[in-house]
Each structure stands twice: as structure tokens, then as C-alpha cells.
Ligand binder design. Sequence first.
Ligand code: GDP
Length: 298
Amino acid sequence: AERLKAGLAKTRDRLGKSLAGLFGGGQIDEDLYEELESVLLTADMGIDATQHLLSDVRNRVSLAGLKNGSELKGALQSSLTDLISPLQKPLDVSTHKPFILMVAGVNGAGKTTSIGKLAKYFQGQGLSVLLAAGDTFRAAAREQLVVWGERNGVQVIAQDGGDSAAVAFDAVNAAKARGIDVVIVDTAGRLPTQLHLMEEIKKVKRVVQKADPTGPHEIMLVLDANNGQNALSQVKSFDDALGLTGLILTKLDGTAKGGIIAAIAKQRPIPLRFVGVGESIDDLRPFIAKDYVDALFD
Ligand code: GDP
């Protein structure tokens, strides 16, 4: 929780400072609600989540007969916790063996970094991990993954050239043959507007299903928190194309836009499995709604 708090420093700085003024002690009136609205929008919660939170806070205020701005804080904390709690669903990889986890995202979102962190995370739970180097566009990325795997005791399936669907297929079969617990299928970075690439990633999913009709068991999108509202449109596009089952939100440590979590909760409540709060290998945390809210307000 401390690490998360440090990670959210920028969002807290922006949000917290403005909120401190609101919670100062004046009367709860329309001016105060207007200020609250602009503070929430500034943290990149988006219009929908902001309106939702405002009306929920108003309800709590009138139900409890609150009068003073200082009492608004608790109401907002409760509203925000209720809104984002549905995103808190930790990933359970014990349901299948091998558990097949497919990872998608735009270039630079933090996909490669997050896959390394995930592999370490699973190893830390005593699970064996195999990586499918499905980013066949970048030879350097593949090489990096192979070297990284050798160093960290993670098996890597890669092909020279080839297509990512074939790599994924081989990886799932190798994982079955070797009794691996978790297969992580990397894919090349792509934008939702690159339609041929979106077709290609759908094919990766179909081919994984051929190798194992029960899979993939998790289709995860990696998102850069700095993208703010744009991250939300990535969630929608990738979800429409693939049927997402989980999200990783990276770089929460470097952004004042942590409010994007509220926007996702309101518009496309896909489980937020992990948040990235730094560049080092253990800077990946399961998402805990209460920790997030506490980190923002305390
Ligand atoms: P990819 O193109 O999606 O594979 O992105 P990379 O994994 O190469 O990451 C792009 C950059 O973001 C790298 O410099 C990473 O170190 C950095 N990065 C990834 N996750 C985080 C995070 O949670 N916090 C911070 N501060 N940097 C991150």
C-alpha cells in the first residue's frame, strides 16, 4: 500500500490539493459541487464517472444531512470506492493448467515490461512460466525476451520471422508437453485503428483456441495511465475486438491522470488485475480499490 501511495503521488498532488480546499470547512453548496466537478475532471475521471460521482455524493449528503464541506470527503471516498470496487478481481491462474494469458496493447504502453513483471510474479508463487515471443515484428524485442528468459529461468518460445499465431500455437503445445503452469503470449504493439493488425490479433486468439479449446483463459490489455481518456477508447476497441477479461494499468507513478480508473469503472468495468507503479521488476501490484482510494486521499 505504501508503494501504491508513492506511485500515486502525482495524481494525489493534483487531486488532493484541490480537494483539500473543498473539504476546508465551508458550507456544502452549489459552488462547492461545481468546484468538485472540475477537480474530478482534471484528474481525468471523464464526464460520465464525474457525473455519476457527483450525483452519488449529493445523495449521500442529503441522506446523511451533511452540511459542512469537511464532511464531503468521506462521502466522496465512499462513492469512489463503490464505483471502482467492481474492478477489483485478482487474477486466478489456478483454474487451468496451463493457464493461457494473452497480452495486447499499443506500442510503448509497457507491455514488455509488464510481461517480465508478471513472469516474476507467477514464479514468486511457485509457478512455472513459459513465454511466447509473439511480437514477431521486432526482431530485437524477440532477442531481448530470449535473453531475459535465460537469465530469469523462464522458457521462451520464439521463431525467426514467422507469425505470432504460429508462435502462440507452438507455445501452448510446448507448455502442455512440459507441464508448465502459466503461458504468457506476447503480441506486437498495435493501434485499434490498424485494422489489419486487429485482425491479426484476433487470429492469434483463434489459433490459441485451436491448441487449447478452453483458452485463452485471460486476454489482458496493457494501458499507459498517461494516456488518460485515450486509454478508455483503447479499452473499448480492444474489448470489442477480443473480449478482454483483464487490464493492467502501467505508469501510475508518473501521471496525474490516475482518475482514469474511475472512467474505466463507469464505462467498461473490466477487471483491473494489476497496476504498474514503477520500472523495476516488482513494481506490479494487484489492484486493491481501498488502497487506491486511501492513497488518493490520505
Ligand atoms: P511496450 O512497447 O508496450 O512493450 O513498452 P515497454 O515495456 O518497452 O515500456 C515502455 C517504457 O515504459 C519503458 O521505458 C518502461 O520502463 C516504462 N514502464 C513500463 N511500465 C512502467 C511503470 O509502471 N512505471 C514506469 N514509471 N515506467 C514504466
